[in-house]
Design a protein around this ligand. Structure first.
Ligand SMILES: [Zn+2]
Length: 302
């Protein structure tokens, strides 16, 4: 059974606190993972404020332990207080991850702007987000990014086409079942897409009764499938801060079951692009998540 742990880092606090805690567990278990880090400012306060103005915010805040996980400084970031940088605030930490054998990929520049405004930014705006993210990545790691994971699993035809020009080894923008390629404006993109295959913890907590760390770990262990690549997206702000114990239990349980942990770039390097299935990128709604995400549509051939 192959498992790729895709760890998204959306915020300053997530990188500062969540990432070192997750990396400590991964190192002690000798397990690898892929970290996707937002390269620009942390405007997550804007996103959280939007949740607060939506109906049902209180139950969501309580259910996901938003305040205890993010802290008030994050909730205010980019609203009354100046946004703090994510990757650029901790360049040594990012370099250390890479030197330790973890993969470091790009999780956009301004996570909130990408997620909220992707269809309004236009070609110039999207290109600016991508270019800014790549520049920060290069400045920190002195190498070209190979993997891109869209903030909030949101993409569109223009973004896909712009990213295709970057000659990435792969993208991980969507939710789906297995790696594929897609077409944009009738043209088949060469960059493979490696979708997230499992629900995220914040989605699951809203719909399953999982009262403790052991039940969360058991739920995920049951979701893993032996017959395909399992891509599990975690959040530095969720598993890394509020749910470290269930994460450690899950990793240990999977190891005992003989799972093989793989980096996303290693999977991508082994893909035969020519024989990959071709699927449309669609938009869908997931239980436990507000708004749309990009999803893998039904294969229309290889
Ligand atoms: Zn994210």
């Amino acid at each position: 059974m192959q498992i790729a742990l895709k760890i998204d880092v959306d915020t300053h606090e997530g990188l500062k606190t969540g990432v070192p805690a997750l990396a400590r567990i991964l190192r002690s278990e000798a397990v690898t993972a892929s970290f996707f880090i937002a390269m620009g400012p942390d405007n997550s306060g804007k996103a959280i404020r939007r949740i607060i103005t939506n109906r049902g915010f209180l139950s969501k805040m309580l259910r996901t332990r938003a305040v205890s996980m993010y802290g008030w400084r994050t909730i205010m970031s980019g609203t009354l207080l100046k946004p703090r940088p994510v990757a650029m605030a901790f360049p040594d930490l990012v370099r250390e991850l890479s030197a330790d054998g973890f993969e470091v990929g790009v999780h956009g520049y301004d996570h909130v702007r990408w997620q909220d405004q992707i269809d309004d930014l236009g070609e110039d705006g999207l290109e600016q987000e991508i270019e800014d993210a790549f520049q920060v990545y290069r400045a920190i790691l002195a190498t070209e990014p190979r993997g891109w994971a869209a903030p909030g699993w949101r993409t569109n035809a223009v973004a896909l086409r712009l990213l295709e020009e970057r000659n990435l080894l792969y993208r991980s923008d969507t939710r789906g079942s297995a790696p594929y390629r897609t077409q944009v404006y009738g043209k088949l993109l060469s960059t493979p897409e490696i979708p997230t295959t499992l629900p995220t913890l914040d989605e699951v907590l809203g719909r399953e009764h999982l009262p403790d760390a052991a039940s969360i770990a058991a739920f995920y262990k049951n979701q893993m499938r032996a017959d395909r690549l399992n891509v599990h997206t975690l959040h530095a702000e969720t598993e890394g801060i509020g749910y470290l114990e269930s994460f450690a239990l899950l990793v240990r349980g999977l190891k005992q079951a003989g799972a093989e942990f793989v980096r996303m770039d290693a999977i991508a390097a082994q893909l035969d692009r020519e024989s990959l299935q071709i699927c449309p990128v669609e938009r869908g709604i997931l239980a436990g998540r507000s708004g749309w995400v990009a999803t893998q549509g039904t294969s229309n051939g290889a």
